[in-house]
Ligand binder design. Structure first.
Ligand SMILES: Cc1cc2nc3c(=O)[nH]c(=O)nc-3n(C[C@H](O)[C@H](O)[C@H](O)COP(=O)(O)OP(=O)(O)OC[C@H]3O[C@@H](n4cnc5c(N)ncnc54)[C@H](O)[C@@H]3O)c2cc1C
Length: 498
């Protein structure tokens, strides 16, 4: 429970607490008061009843205020109050009551103020002891039940999505639900307006092209949480909620002393989206640190575990982009972070940056810092210039295709892959097709990295599609290589599925 909304007793519970307290007080404290003060029984009963009434009003006000302040400052409920605070609570109550009841005792009994004060203090001390025991017994007998979490997610209709995609494309969603817990998906699937309606799971919106308004449900994943969930001889197992910011999570693992994800620093987006395209950078892919994930079915809300083999990871690819596309919401991902850490420095640019920066044996945090610096130099910050990172995958070609290509541009970079294949640099092909830094309408190819398409302002999904098609056509014509778009193009025919 958040400290800003303390859990209080219900009104009926509070009334019961006050009535029981006052009744018990009358029964237990009147006889000794008669005996010690010399005030006759009936008069004593009358006085104590009046004080009981005053105390009842004071009790309700004081306890409510005390519980509220305690809950706000500590996030704790009154039934979990520590012992020292219980003493302070009872003393505070009685001091307040003492001040209020002194004039009443003088008026009712005719005592002078000093005698009345002594009687009042006697009463107060008795009530301090009584309040302490009573509240302890009451809290044990009637603990405060935490309210059940609301299974329904927050829902907005006709929601603006332009701030929820890093390209900054203008688009609206018929309904936007913010998913903060996995069980909220089941609450949605049970709704009458769920079945047959298009749906889109959205993380940070850094790998989607919103091509027009979305006529169905957009589920924005905001499930939090990061924790170590196990360890063995070779690795520490760390789980993160699907809504966690990817980069913040990576830095957090490094600060805990768990290396392994540093090469993937500063990739925008969420943890839940990371397995979708098996994010990769600087010689490392998510698959190499993956243990398993938990996903919620968008059909019926059931939860399923996917191990690495189930995910069938490939280069910027997984089962969630193919057979299982659009069927799951990834609620959490668990990573295996190696106990014995070695830097992954096979990527030339990173190796050079680390050599330039100094220590011959960098720590995981130092590798992360180097990656962050390289990325900041090369890639536009989506907060300043709308983009979705690399817009095309690096094409992988066989030896014959490469030989035919090499005959044309001799300086074409090609990176050997398993099976005699080679990965080409899509950015190089786009640049040499004449697109680097060139615009088409409000979108263009970024001047420092041709592979990144940017929104110069006010672009729509159709503008992005048009530019992407023009680039693809030119690269195909000039090099005979088909470029494949990396982000998900979200376009929904009026009655269909995306
Ligand atoms: C400047 C920049 C640099 C980038 N650099 C890299 C890079 O180096 N390497 C790389 O691999 N990628 C890179 N990307 C792409 C992007 O950051 C990643 O693909 C990232 O994982 C997308 O996360 P997201 O939360 O923004 O996903 P979104 O864009 O919101 O969604 C992407 C896809 O995943 C689905 N999805 C999202 N969350 C979930 C979930 N919880 N459950 C099920 N499906 C979900 C969506 O439906 C969509 O199909 C870059 C992007 C930008 C803008």
């Amino acid at each position: 429970m958040s400290p800003s909304s303390p859990v209080l007793r219900s009104l009926s519970d509070r009334v019961r607490q006050v009535l029981l307290f006052e009744l018990g007080g009358l029964v237990l404290i009147t006889p000794p008061f008669v005996w010690l003060s010399g005030v006759p029984l009936l008069e004593s009963l009358g006085l104590l009843a009046i004080i009981a009434f005053i105390a009842a009003v004071w009790n309700g006000a004081y306890n409510t205020a005390f519980d509220w302040v305690e809950g706000r400052l500590t996030g704790r409920t009154a039934d979990r109050r520590p012992w020292p605070l219980r003493v302070g609570h009872a003393l505070g109550f009685e001091s307040g009551l003492l001040l209020i009841s002194l004039p009443v005792i003088m008026w009712w009994t005719g005592m002078d103020w000093l005698t009345a004060l002594i009687a009042d203090i006697g009463l107060a001390l008795s009530y301090v002891a009584y309040a302490f025991v009573f509240n302890l017994a009451y809290d044990r007998a009637f603990p405060i039940a935490a309210p059940a979490p609301d299974p329904a997610p927050r829902i907005e209709t006709d929601a603006d999505l332009s701030a929820l995609n890093t390209l900054g494309l203008r688009a609206r969603a018929a309904r936007l639900a913010v998913i903060e817990r996995a069980d909220q998906v089941a609450a949605l699937t049970a709704r009458a307006d769920w079945a047959g309606t298009p749906r889109l799971v959205l993380g940070g919106g850094s790998n989607v092209v919103l091509d027009g308004d979305f006529p169905g449900w957009v589920l924005r994943v905001a499930i939090p949480g990061r924790e170590q969930v196990g360890e063995d001889d070779t690795a520490v197992l760390v789980r993160a909620g699907g809504g966690e910011n990817w980069h913040d999570f990576v830095r957090w693992t490094l600060e805990q002393g768990w290396g392994g994800l540093e090469n993937l620093s500063l990739i925008p987006g969420t943890v839940g989206a990371a397995p979708i395209q098996n994010i990769g950078a600087y010689g490392l892919e998510l698959a190499e640190r993956f243990d398993h994930l938990e996903a919620v079915s968008l059909e019926d809300g059931r939860v399923r575990r996917f191990d690495a083999a189930d995910c069938r990871f490939g280069y910027r690819d997984s089962v969630f982009k193919r057979e299982e596309a659009g069927r799951w919401l990834i609620a959490s991902v668990t990573f295996r972070l190696p106990r014995v850490w070695r830097p992954v420095t096979g990527y030339a640019e990173l190796a050079q940056e680390l050599a330039r920066r100094g220590p011959p044996e960098p720590t995981p945090l130092e590798v992360s810092d180097a990656v962050i610096d390289i990325r900041r130099r090369k890639l536009p910050d989506p907060a300043e210039l709308g983009n979705a990172g690399s817009f095309f995958k690096n094409p992988v070609v066989d030896a014959d295709t490469l030989a035919a290509l090499r005959a044309r541009p001799p300086d074409l970079p090609a990176y050997p892959q398993p099976g005699g294949r080679s990965k080409l640099a899509a950015g190089w092909l786009i640049e040499h097709a004449g697109w680097k830094g060139r615009d088409l309408g409000p979108v263009g190819s970024y001047e420092r990295q041709a592979l990144v398409l940017v929104n110069r302002g006010g672009a729509t999904g159709a503008d992005v599609r048009r530019l992407a098609e023009a680039i693809r056509a030119d690269v195909a014509e000039r090099f005979g290589v088909e470029l494949e778009v990396e982000p998900q193009i979200v376009s929904v025919p009026p009655s269909g599925r995306p």
